[in-house]
Every structure is written in structure tokens, then in C-alpha cells.
Design a protein around this ligand. Structure first.
Ligand code: IPM
Ligand code: MG
Length: 362
């Protein structure tokens, strides 16, 4: 059965890292006879330059029809002064909304070989293996009313934090389901001491927890969670949280690994999933063949797992990545912790070479 993957390289280093991902996708397709075809489309600043739209309708339609979408990154200084509806990030929000990608999974794993790369002491990050489950289509990012309005001759900026019970229920189930195949603990993060949306969140999550007797639920206020992530990160298994808290906490959690260049993500809904590295377009290093493609390659592994239904391919790729790290290879962002520093394309080739040597038992 053939599969179709939309590639959206986007801006900055997105182009380079998605280029490496394509090499791996093509190889895995051949190895497992999956007949995967890919199509590349413009998104973000690249699309703005081309047609003055952050993402064209036909690109959204292609994504809706695909089996999965792989996105590099969007944005850059060139488009920073564009009006709100013409910003590259708008493309991302539109895709998330139209594809119904409410469930954003951001796994944070500290590789044994990279314990020293963290700004925290190795004994603090040792064994960290957590998953941020971030609600992705609600909350402050999308709530109405929203905008800059004029009140009595004064400008007022308005965003609305808003969550309905069904929105909370479905993301809570996603988190509990994820916990079932992990260490069976969910930490639901909110600001229930202040926010009404958080009070409803807490009550709803508590009720859904009743469907999962094997999973332990705890609640944590977001400010405390920010502190606990630094103080004792290995206490966490699954962190369940709303859109903006998840945005902030996942960047913080990423640094436990030493570089945001290593973190993959999957955004899931009822249709095709979208996969992207957590890092941005890094315009300062774009076009130099030095960006770290590992987050994107790890996102490809998630794509094989969740959208292409091929756990074996996902595991092979994940073990190839960890072998490469164990062998002392890394990119410039991690050069202090690498014995051999590779360019973007050399890293792609190294992962590919290692992957080819992994023989899965039939
Ligand atoms: C992320 C990014 C996006 C977000 C931006 C680029 C809109 O920071 O995916 O974490 O805030 O969701
Ligand atoms: Mg972010």
C-alpha cells in the first residue's frame, strides 16, 4: 500500500534538516517495501516570498490528503515586521487548526552518552525520559476574542484563555493513553489557583483519570513545574498541559538534553499527523550545513510509529540515532560533547549508514 508524505521544509535550517530526513524516508521506504512517495511544498516565509500567503489553500489541502506531514521550521528576521495575519508562524497555526492536531507529543530523552551536555549536573539529568503532552489547538493561541482593540482612545491587546470540557477530555485521554505504555504517571500542569480554565481543566482531568485506574495522576501548578523540571526532572513521566504552558515548559525541558537541536515532536489528531523538530529556523546558522538534523530524524521515527504504522522502522531509526551518538558523533551545536563534529549532511549520511547496518530480526 502506497503512502504519501508532504514535506514542508519552510525557512532557515528547515530546508537543510528536511533534506536529510528525505534521505532516511526514501531508504526506509525501500527497505520495508512501503512505497512511500513525497511531495515538497512551500510554507512560512518561503511561501510569503512566493505568493504573499504564509500557506496556500492547496498546500493545506495536500496535507489533509496525505498520510503524514513533515515540517522543518518557519520564520526569520526577514518577515518579523509583517502584519499578524501575514507572519510565517500563521502557517503553523493554520495547519494545526485545519488538520485538527490537538495532541502535541514532545518526548525529552537524555541520552546516556550526552549526560555531560546538559547545563545541569549529570546526576540531575541522569535517566530523564519524559513526554510533554501539549494541547495544541486551544487556549490562548486560538481563544476569541483576540486582537488589538481601541478602548476610550487607548489601545488594548486581548487574548483569551478558553477550554471546553470536550477539548480537555480528549487531550487528557491522549496523555493517559501515552502513560499506559510508559511509567504510568501523569502530571497535569495548570494554574488552578488563579485561572478558571485551569479549574475546569483540573476537574475534567481528574474525572478522566477514573477511566485509567493503572495510571497515577498528580496535579502541579505551572510555576512549580518550571522549578521542578530543573530541580528534579526525573520525577516526571508524562506532563499533560495546555497550549501555552506546554510551549514554554517544552523549551525548558528541551534544555535538559543540552540542546534544543535534539528534540522531535509529533502533532496528532483524527487525520494525518504532522511531525517537526522543536527547534526553530535558526536564521543565524541557516545555509551553512552545520545545523543538527537529529531532531528532524527523530521526528521521522515518530512519523513511522504514529502515522505510517511501522514500529519496526521507528525503532531501527531511533537505535541508529543513539548508536551514532554513542560513537561520539554530533553536530556543531553539541561540539563540546562530540569526539567527531559532523556537518548537517554528514550527520544524515552517518545515520543512514548506521541504519543500514542495523539488522532487525525477522
Ligand atoms: C512551537 C513554536 C510555535 C508555538 C511558534 C513558532 C508559533 O514555539 O512549536 O513550540 O508557539 O507553538
Ligand atoms: Mg515553542
Amino acid at each position: 500500500m502506497s503512502k504519501f508524505i508532504v514535506l514542508l521544509p519552510g525557512d532557515g535550517i528547515g530546508v537543510e534538516v528536511v533534506g536529510e530526513a528525505k534521505k532516511i524516508i526514501d531508504y526506509l521506504s525501500e527497505r520495508y517495501k512501503m512505497d512511500i512517495r513525497t511531495g515538497t511544498y512551500l510554507v512560512g516565509g518561503a511561501s510569503l516570498d512566493n505568493c504573499n500567503e504564509p500557506v496556500k489553500d492547496e498546500v493545506v489541502e495536500a496535507c489533509l490528503k496525505a498520510d503524514a506531514v513533515l515540517l522543518g521550521a518557519v520564520g526569520g528576521p526577514k518577515w518579523d515586521d509583517y502584519p499578524a495575519d501575514k507572519r510565517p508562524e500563521k502557517a503553523l497555526l493554520r495547519l494545526r487548526k485545519e488538520l485538527g492536531l490537538y495532541n502535541n507529543l514532545r518526548p525529552v530523552t537524555v541520552f546516556d552518552s550526552l549526560k555531560d551536555a546538559s547545563p545541569l549536573r549529570p546526576e540531575v539529568v541522569n535517566g530523564v525520559d519524559l513526554l510533554v503532552v501539549r494541547e495544541l489547538t486551544g487556549g490562548l493561541y486560538f481563544g476569541q476574542p483576540k486582537g488589538i482593540i481601541e478602548e476610550d482612545g487607548v489601545q488594548v491587546g486581548v487574548d483569551t484563555m478558553r477550554y471546553s470540557v470536550p477539548e480537555i477530555e480528549r487531550i487528557a485521554r491522549a496523555a493517559f493513553d501515552a502513560a499506559l505504555v510508559r511509567r504510568k504517571k501523569v502530571t497535569s500542569v495548570d494554574k488552578a489557583n488563579i485561572l478558571a480554565s485551569s479549574q475546569l481543566w483540573r476537574k475534567t482531568v481528574e474525572r478522566i483519570a477514573g477511566e485509567y485506574p493503572d495510571v497515577t495522576l498528580e496535579h502541579m501548578l505551572v510555576d512549580n513545574c518550571a522549578m521542578q523540571l530543573i530541580r528534579n526532572p526525573s520525577q516526571f513521566d508524562v506532563i499533560l498541559t495546555e497550549n501555552m504552558f506546554g510551549d514554554i515548559l517544552s523549551d525548558e525541558a528541551a534544555m535538559l538534553t543540552g540542546s534544543i537541536g535534539m528534540l522531535p515532536s509529533a502533532s496528532l489528531g483524527d487525520g494525518p499527523g504532522m511531525y517537526e523538530p522543536v527547534h526553530g529556523s535558526a536564521p543565524d546558522i541557516a545555509g551553512q550545513n552545520i545545523a543538527n538534523p537529529l531532531a528532524t530524524l527523530a521526528s521521522v521515527a515518530l512519523m513511522f510509529r504514529y502515522s505510517l504504522d511501522h514500529e519496526q522502522a521507528a525503532r531501527d531509526l531511533e537505535s541508529a540515532i543513539s548508536h551514532v551518538l554513542d560513537d561520539g558523533y554530533n553536530c556543531k551545536d553539541m561540539s563540546r560533547h562530540a569526539r567527531k563534529v559532523l556537518s548537517t549532511s554528514a550527520m544524515g549520511d552517518q545515520v543512514l549508514k548506521t541504519l543500514k547496518q542495523i539488522h532487525t530480526p525477522a
